[in-house]
Structure formats: C-alpha cells, structure tokens
Design a binder for this molecule. Sequence first.
Ligand SMILES: [Zn+2]
Ligand SMILES: [Zn+2]
Length: 242
Amino acid sequence: MPLTPPSIVRIPIAPAGMINAFLICQDPCYILVDSGLPGTEDKVARALERLGKSYSDISLIIITHAHIDHAGNAALLSQHSGAPILAHEADLPFYLGEKKMTFCATGWFGHAFKLTGAIQKPYQPFTPDILLTGDQSYCLKEYGIEGYVRPTTGHTCGSISVIIEDKVALVGDLISSGILLGGILFKGKAKRPPFEENPQAVGMALEALTDTGVTEFHMGHGGPLQRREVRRHARMLRSLKQ
Ligand SMILES: [Zn+2]
Ligand SMILES: [Zn+2]
C-alpha cells in the first residue's frame, strides 16, 4: 500500500457546496464518487483537468444512491471514461429506470422542492457493472486504496458509503450540513437532507461509521463534518418517532 493517504478532491457540481461529487485520488487511480446532475460533466472534466487528468483516468465510478443529483450523469460519465459503475442492488430498479422513486420530505424545503418536479425527473438509465448485495462490502485494494465501500441503508435502501483508511468517509446524503439543499451557510452544522426514507436506519449507519473510527465525513450537500457533530446528529435521528 502507498505511504501517502489518498487525497479527496471535492467537485463542485453546484456552487457554495450545494451539490458535491468527489474524486479519491491515489495516482494512478482516480475514483469518482457520485456523478452529479445530468449535463454537469464539464464540472467533472474541469476537476480532472486541474489534476492534469482526463475522463480516461477515472478507474471506477461509485454511486452512493439513486437520486438524480448523485446518479443522474453516471451513464454518460461511464461512457466517456470507460470506467465501471459500482452501486447497491437495493436501488437497482431506479438505476434501470424501471421504478419511480418515492421521496419522504424531512421538512418544508423538501416538500417545496418536490413540487418543482426537479428531483423526480428521469435520467439516463444504466446497469451497474459491480453490484453490491445485502450487507456485502467491496474492498478498494485493487485501486491502490486502503479503503472499502459498505452499505449504509437509510437515506435510500441502496445507499452506500466509501471509507478510506478507517478515518475518512464519503457518505452521500446520509447527512447534510448548511441550509436549504445544503451548503451555503453554517456548513459545520449537521442537518437532515431534504429527503430521507428511514431516519432511524440513517442514525444507526452514522453511529456505526463513527464507531469504526471515522473522524471526517464528506457529503453530497454541505460538509465536511467532524465526528462529534455527526454523533450528535445520529443520536437525534435515533430519538425520532418511527
Ligand atoms: Zn439523496
Ligand atoms: Zn443529494
């Protein structure tokens, strides 16, 4: 294993931390975590360019869950890069475009956002090349990275997280920070994302991650957050009525 830890590069899909994708960089491997919205491939290309890289340097695309702001451009980026897509089977019907997603709003913003129809828009369907099932994890050793992908159900059934060296986690929408969609202001303060299927499961998944020693959390909206704030948020979620 390389001596230097991989670097995590945030890709601003939308400004002010409102929507993030990430690159996990351990030269010569570059893993893209989440694809961003349809039509935002130039943001990914620019992030790669800043590293002196291009689409063909992407080794793997990990999709944390099936919402459009995370999975919406996966098909196109896989075509451009030739990289396989890894995702969880529980969200497969949505990746295939076979089933419409349901959205459990967590507050007024979620309800208002749902009315715009933006989150429910269909996107180019795809079949993940690597499909996790049940509690199955996936080791990233073959990419030169001391880390793994593990199921963290709750935000959606098929939500997954990437854990690097047991210290850093990329958790998609298990947790957000900031205001409205996330980001903008108060980025150090955890909040629920606009939609969440099972808050108790999310609370358990976040607690389990902090129990493994993870101290730094990167998210799709806002962030990053430190362990203490994540623990506080997880406890609050677990105390919510079913
Ligand atoms: Zn989401
Ligand atoms: Zn999201």
